[in-house]
Design a binder for this molecule. Sequence first.
Ligand code: ADP
Ligand code: MG
Length: 297
Amino acid sequence: MTVKTDVDALTPPHSAFAVENPMKRDDPASVLEPQAGVPGEAPMVRFVGVTKRYGALTVLDELDLDIGRNEKVAIIGPSGSGKSTLLRVLMTLDPLTGGMIEVDGEPLTHMRKNGELVPASPKHLRRVRSKIGMVFQSFNLFPHMTALANTIEAPMQVLGLSRKEATERARDLLSLVGLEDKCNHYPSQLSGGQQQRVAIARALAMRPKVLLFDEVTSALDPELCGEVLNVIRRLGSEHNLTMLMVTHQMGFAREFADRVCFFSQGKIIEQGPPQQFFSAPQHERTQQFLRAVKEAV
Ligand code: ADP
Ligand code: MG
């Protein structure tokens, strides 16, 4: 059984902008004091003591992680170490067991009420999460909708854009990902690489500040990988976007990321700038992982 496929298969096509249930938590009272909460100054994303358990299994273990504005962070590590879960809790697809997450200087999983932090209401969640977009390994496009229709759906439903506004925005974005001539194609008429580029355009249509990528090239042939990575490269260099990317492509992580975080058993056991991380990994587990990846190539 491969975990990631199972988890991805459970994700419905619309989940990137689905409205979630209010979050449940063990211990909201134990949450730390809120940060200053000044957009523009605070880190773009902040995980504070984030814990996620499934039954007896601890998947994220009191994780602390700050991600700067426009920072590009590559998340690497063995299968089952919690990488997808990290992105999913940030996208609010899964509730936390403990701790809190802040986005753009304000709490995501919690909100302030009468000076206290309480679990976020669905409305608060929707508002803060709209700053985050996510692209999945399995594209998750609506199969019965064209590329254009896939890209205008959420801006119309969630942001309340008119069809005309949403269509203009979608055409620009499909053009940005090199698909201006494929607007009226259905997913089944597109290659995997093209479908993934539509998925990127669809995520961008919500004008997120943070973009999450979960192994977005893993389902693609090597040739199609390149076209998707090129789009990500361009987005990274030409737009103000904070990016978190789970990837097995060490070459791309090395070239693209400002920082690499190595996950093992729900913790970041080593992190650093790619140059340093890849050439002189300190932790024995990191060295072992990088050796295994090298041998597999
Ligand atoms: P990674 O992306 O690093 O491969 P995941 O974050 O997908 O790992 O999963 C981490 C662990 O959490 C795995 O052991 C997986 O089986 C478990 N897990 C993930 N999602 C669920 C779920 N919905 N229910 C139960 N266990 C889960
Ligand atoms: Mg995964």
